[in-house]
Design a protein around this ligand. Sequence first.
Ligand SMILES: [Zn+2]
Ligand SMILES: [Zn+2]
Length: 104
Amino acid sequence: MNDAEVFENPCAICSKRVATKLCDYIIRYDNGIIFFRNWQRFKEVNSPGYKHETCDLPLCDECSHNAGHQVDMCPHHYKLHQQAKLPNDLARKALKQKAKALQD
Ligand SMILES: [Zn+2]
Ligand SMILES: [Zn+2]
């Protein structure tokens, strides 16, 4: 890696290293109102290939935060992601609903 490369594609956070990833935090869902006509559509939207609009802030390895399988986030969105987690008692209820949906 040389300086020219860093200049071309700098990390947005530290500006010292070359960006190797983009923030994967979803800032906008393609389907403005979440309404699934059917199970097929639901699966399609939740499949890994489906692209919602993501933050896309360029990040170097050191400034990105891993938030799951092939999901990296900028420090700002990683913080939000942590806060977005449901407290345990609510998470249990959400899980129960997911299990119910799978049986349909
Ligand atoms: Zn960086
Ligand atoms: Zn971000």
